[in-house]
Ligand binder design. Structure first.
Ligand code: ATP
Ligand code: MG
Length: 409
């Protein structure tokens, strides 16, 4: 009933021939079959481990753990696996399993008192090092094992530097690439490959641990820019379905930006329709009236405009904006910057983003954004006043909530 890839079969064989180590890390490309095979191995291993011992499964948050692992495991193991996220507990072949979100406040404290026979970690590179160190100290028993999956990150990431690179005798790393998952349709793999570029291609497609250097949006080029005529033509072919404005307020030394972003039917394409950019920031009053004028003008041109998402740092301004216009004005989600960058880069790489040439500030910002090379431990977009981050923020506030609609995977 199972149809494993060669790589997956090799991994499975380790269970039988005693080839597993104390720490077993499944790393590599996206969709490469790591989670699938690691869940099966974890299940088999737990089923053969002492009943009275405790086990743990952890994800970055309980929500991602549920989506990535608990739900698929319930499908794989049927009645042998049950879980309750609210109780933070599961049962796998009669063994008790604690569930934990590594990024949740105090998570490290929660596992401090535990003695664990086994642990499963989903997306380990997204955990804090402290949580992982604590977890390892809890897995001290003879025969205890850890199973973890991860995508690659920057080479100076704690997981790479302090574990994978250390040639530790009790660590086994299993590397997977897209080719190791024969269950992906060819077209799907092709589409996936076009969605990533630069450092993200190297990491998520090739499965390499590489640093982010140079331009953040390295595939951004003039082909993403369209004239007013071209925009009008595109929009007669592909009708706009909805559009929203992102707002970033200028503080000291930064600009106030409004950015109107539209989506066509089925969320196939993203259109940046117009921008308002003001570096002077004279007063709150002038900003409010500029916003009211901008919204009135945009609404007249594009009746699709349905909401504005504003930097939530300035609640007074959000309130004033709300009373100045007849539009749904809300706080921006402010998702992690790298999540937003990823979304933008995927759209660029697959030719799905079209920016009106009437948005010179956003265009310049996408051209010039660079990674901060002094921060070698993280992917950090340089934000020291030399590049225009304000336009990027405003654009991203209008984009970030549509991840599910824009990407199938
Ligand atoms: N042997 C298999 N038989 C059937 N389906 C499989 C098999 N291996 C993998 N898949 C399916 O392929 C898809 C990708 O696999 P999986 O989720 O394990 O990838 P992953 O390496 O964990 O990816 P990511 O890094 O994106 O989390 C899933 O839908 C999974 O169910
Ligand atoms: Mg996975």
């Amino acid at each position: 009933m199972y149809d494993f890839s060669e790589k997956q079969k090799k991994a499975l064989a380790l269970l039988k021939n005693g080839g597993l180590k104390r720490l077993n890390i499944f790393e590599g490309s996206v969709r490469s079959g790591k989670t699938y095979i690691s869940m099966i191995m974890w299940g088999i291993w737990v089923a053969g481990s002492p009943k009275e011992k405790s086990y743990l499964m952890a994800g970055k948050t309980l929500t991602t753990l549920k989506r990535n692992v608990l739900e698929p495991m319930a499908e794989l193991f049927g009645k042998s696996f049950t879980y309750s996220v609210t109780k933070k507990e599961a049962r796998l072949f009669g063994r008790r399993i604690y569930l934990e979100g590594a990024a949740n406040a105090g998570a490290e404290g929660k596992i401090r008192g535990m003695t664990l026979r086994g642990a499963y970690c989903d997306e380990l590179s997204l955990f804090g090092e402290d949580f992982f160190t604590m977890l390892l100290s809890r897995l001290s028993e003879e025969g205890a094992k850890l199973f973890a999956t991860t995508n690659p990150d920057t080479p100076s990431h704690w997981l790479k530097r302090d574990y994978l690179d250390k040639e530790m005798p009790d660590l086994l790393s299993l590397r997977f690439t897209l080719e190791d998952n024969p269950h992906l349709p060819e077209d799907y793999v092709k589409a996936l490959k076009t969605e990533f570029s630069g450092v993200f291609y190297d990491r998520f497609i090739l499965g390499m641990w590489v640093a982010a250097e140079g331009r953040v949006y390295d595939a951004f080029s003039d082909s993403c820019i369209i004239s007013a005529d071209e925009l009008a033509e595109c929009l007669t072919e592909n009708r706009l379905m909805t559009s929203v404005v992102g707002v970033d307020y200028g503080g000291n030394g930064s600009a106030s930006v409004f950015c109107h972003v539209g989506y066509d039917v089925g969320f196939k394409n993203v259109y940046v329709l117009s921008e308002h950019y003001d570096a002077r920031n004279r007063s709150a009053e002038s900003l409010i009236s500029a916003f009211a004028e901008y919204i009135a003008r945009e609404k007249e041109q594009r009746p699709t405009l349905c909401a504005a998402y504003c930097d939530s740092a300035e609640q007074l301004l959000v309130k004033s904006f709300r009373s100045a216009v007849r539009l749904d004005v809300r706080n921006a989600l402010k998702r992690p910057i790298n999540t937003r960058i990823n979304m933008t880069n995927r759209l660029i790489a697959s030719g799905r983003i079209h920016i009106s040439d009437e948005c010179p500030h956003l265009i310049e910002a996408l051209h010039s954004a660079v990674w901060d090379e002094r921060d070698i431990h993280h992917d950090t977009r340089l934000d020291n006043g030399t590049t225009n981050i304000d336009s990027l923020d405003a654009f991203e506030y209008a984009l970030e909530r549509y991840e599910k609609e824009l990407f199938r995977f």
